[in-house]
Design a protein around this ligand. Structure first.
Ligand code: FAD
Ligand code: NAI
Length: 467
């Protein structure tokens, strides 16, 4: 095999691409990965999951310091150094992307930096500092996604920004207008709200987190309002203009067409993400896209061209790092002749605000729409001893189980550490547990995890023990 001939070439080094490359290498394949940026790790590690969680963590600490009165702790006004906070985030990103470099060399994966594009189905050209031509039996498209915008609205990256720019701000906005009450809008909105900004969210749908279980959206709206976030729901943005440091956002109410005008110093565009296939040369090989610009694949992640596969944000499904990772492993094992499996129904979703929101399986609205007979059990955190001890009174765990079989069909929660608690629900559902199974499993006391047991007990029609 010549130096540039590989069993597999992966284009894109996000959690889909780099995880796929590692699993391929572990399974004995000769692998190359191509990344257009100078650092590996994709959106998730560079401008997504990791830096946003680093900001969320720092801002949470700052906010908490200023709210310790009821614990009997008086703190003189904490000093905020947003530039330093931003530098810490950059440091976290540098460390974690460096970790991916290490994993590539440990697994003997050849890394090429430059834009990858198809010449033919077995040839990928890398246009970087120097041009390389790679030959491969199989090519994996893992090119991810980029922020979407509203037609006609220019993102100048200075005052009208996406999450990418928001993650490197070195000052706290005075008034941040967030377009989109989805995950990015609420996570990044929370960061700057906690640091002292006024945050106004303009959302087209009638609710925030519109695709989650309605009880979660309702609870979070209440919590955010209490934290001081302002909402303009049911409003479609029509115009965004910038004059010096001032941004003006205009929106129209869906209900009565009345016009809303907001003025701030930053506008964060958070209206979703779109698959990224620019300059990939898909036309050269005839890879089909679907009506939403995603690379079309069958259920085995194969495109219409033999030997070309696609995973992660660039294909259909949730745009989540762990979904991309699962697909990366799935595909590597499939290409090695194994018979892997992904249960897409059990890909959990988490919003890392405070409290956190976490969800797996079907929502109550989906069960109703499908006419699935179900029962519901809910346990509020205000009744949990552990939550009381830490003065966490918002949120709940809600368990939806099949009415006849008692199998858990969905778990939705708002509350402290919900992001971690949801893993138990995913495990339970993967093993097709009934609500009674969970209700009968010993959970440590006092922990937040007891709320899942209690909600399961309620769902089994048994009375919860703590209410
Ligand atoms: P990406 O991570 O987008 O990686 C694709 C890579 O391909 C990029 O590095 C890109 O430069 C490269 N590339 C593209 N085209 C080419 C080409 N032609 N040649 C060479 N390289 C190319 N998900 C979660 O699960 N949890 C979270 O907490 C979370 N937080 C997020 C916060 C923010 C602010 C954002 C924006 C996203 C967040 N996500 C989160 C989503 C998550 O980042 C994505 O789902 C995930 O990164 C998708 O992985 P991927 O490998 O498919 O693509
Ligand atoms: P999103 O799809 O979560 O939310 C976008 C929101 O914008 C929707 O509620 C939509 O109704 C609204 N919107 C669209 N057009 C509008 C308009 N013209 N006016 C007003 N509102 C409008 O997308 P978001 O927040 O940009 O995130 C993109 C993706 O990134 C998510 O789908 C998610 O998969 C991923 N992500 C995941 C995170 C996590 O797992 N914690 C964190 C951040 C991002």
């Amino acid at each position: 095999m010549s130096d540039n001939k590989f069993d597999v070439v992966v284009i894109g080094s996000g959690p889909g691409g780099y995880v796929c490359a590692i699993r391929c290498a572990q399974l004995g394949m000769k692998v190359a990965i191509v990344e257009k940026y100078s650092t590996l790790g994709g959106t998730c590690l560079n401008v997504g999951c990791i830096p946003s969680k680093a900001w969320l963590d720092s801002s949470e600490r700052f906010y908490e310091l200023a709210h310790l009165d009821e614990h009997g702790i008086g703190v003189t006004k904490p000093k905020l150094d947003v530039k330093k906070m931003s530098e810490r985030v950059a440091g976290v990103v540098k460390d974690i992307t460096g970790g991916v470099d290490y994993l590539m060399s440990k697994n003997k994966i050849t890394v090429f930096h430059g834009m990858g594009s198809f010449v033919d189905k077995n040839t990928v050209k890398v246009s970087g500092e120097k041009e390389e031509t790679l030959k491969a039996d199989k090519v994996v498209i893992a090119t991810g996604s980029k922020p979407a915008s509203i037609p006609g609205i220019e993102i100048d990256k200075e005052r009208v920004i996406t999450s990418t720019e928001a993650l490197t701000l070195t000052e706290c906005p005075k008034h941040m207008i967030v377009i989109g009450g989805g995950v990015i809008g609420l996570e990044m909105g929370s960061v700057f709200l906690r640091l002292g900004a006024k945050v106004s969210v303009v959302e087209y749908a009638d609710d925030i987190l519109a695709t989650m279980d309605k009880d979660c959206s309702k609870e979070m709206k209440k919590v955010f309002k209490k934290q001081g976030m302002e909402f303009h729901l049911g409003h479609g943005v029509t115009d965004v203009s910038v004059k010096g440091k001032k941004v003006t956002v205009k929106a129209k109410s869906k209900k009565d067409e009345s016009e809303l005008t907001l003025e701030g110093d930053y506008c964060l565009m958070a209206v979703g993400r779109k698959p990224f296939t620019d300059n990939l040369g898909l036309d050269a090989v005839g890879v089909k896209l679907d009506d939403r610009g995603r690379v079309e694949t069958d259920k085995h992640l194969k495109t219409n061209v033999d030997g070309i596969y696609a995973i992660g944000d660039v294909v259909k499904g949730a745009m989540l790092a762990h979904k991309a990772e699962e697909e990366g492993v799935y595909l590597a094992e499939l290409m090695a002749g194994q018979k892997p499996h992904i249960n897409y129904n059990l890909v959990p979703g988490v919003v890392y605000t405070w409290p956190e929101v976490a969800s797996v399986g079907e929502t109550e609205q989906e069960l109703k729409a499908k006419k699935t007979p179900y029962k519901s059990g809910k346990f509020p955190f205000k009744a949990s001893g552990r939550a009381k001890a830490s003065s966490e009174s918002s949120g709940f765990v809600k368990v939806l189980a099949h009415k006849e079989t008692d199998e858990i069909l969905g778990v939705h929660m708002v509350g402290p550490r919900a992001a971690d608690l949801i893993a138990e629900a995913v495990t339970a559902m993967e093993f097709r547990a009934s609500a009674e199974d969970i209700g009968r499993i010993c959970h440590p006391h006092p922990t937040y995890s007891e709320a899942f047991k209690e909600a399961s007990l309620v769902a089994t029609d048994k009375r919860g023990l703590n209410i």
